[in-house]
Design a protein around this ligand. Structure first.
Ligand code: HEM
Length: 146
């Protein structure tokens, strides 16, 4: 399971971090719009989410872009997210759907800044952060069972 990024992707994300940080809330707002129109059933999972859920996602997205060389720094923040995910019942099967709509939102928001290389790097970056969260959540679910 891939939990760190290739050098090439790190370089691309590092040199374009500003594309993400300057548009982070636009990207995450677009993401939820796409998510709920494509997968209306998922909305129920967000029944208790605050109105500014998109801002919380934007915060971690930008933090990830900026800290892409040192993602271990994000572990405490990711652990908080994993705990919340376990409370609402997020499972590994949910991740590909979120990955797809996030990529679509990034592409639609950034338009020609979202080159093929940029998108490939972010696809890999999403997989890495998803794998870290899935592993944390697996351990938390296991603890719940015992
Ligand atoms: C890399 C992937 C993901 C990231 C970075 C992420 C990020 C976040 C963040 C920052 C929060 C707020 C945590 C807090 O309460 O402080 C959150 C909560 C939540 N996430 Fe995710 N998430 C990811 C994947 C998913 C997936 C796959 C789903 C499935 C649909 C999902 C659904 C939710 C839900 C339902 C909440 C709880 C909202 C609430 O009631 O407060 N997330 N996530």
């Amino acid at each position: 399971m891939q939990t760190s990024l290739s050098k090439n992707s790190i370089e691309i994300i590092k040199s374009t971090a500003e594309y993400i940080t300057s548009r982070d809330t636009d990207i995450t707002q677009a993401m939820y719009k796409i998510l709920f129109s494509k997968y209306p059933n998922v909305q129920i999972l967000f029944a208790n989410a605050p109105k500014n859920q998109y801002m919380r996602l934007a915060e971690i997205l930008s933090a990830y872009a900026v800290n892409i060389e040192k993602i271990d720094r994000l572990r405490p923040a990711l652990f908080v997210i994993a705990k919340r995910h376990v409370e609402v019942g997020i499972k590994p099967v949910h991740y590909p759907m979120i990955g797809m709509v996030l990529m679509q939102a990034i592409e639609e928001t950034l338009q020609n800044q979202a080159t093929i290389e940029f998108m490939d790097a972010w696809r890999e970056a999403f997989q890495v952060i998803a794998n870290i969260l899935i592993e944390m959540e697996r351990e938390l679910y296991e603890k719940e069972e015992n």
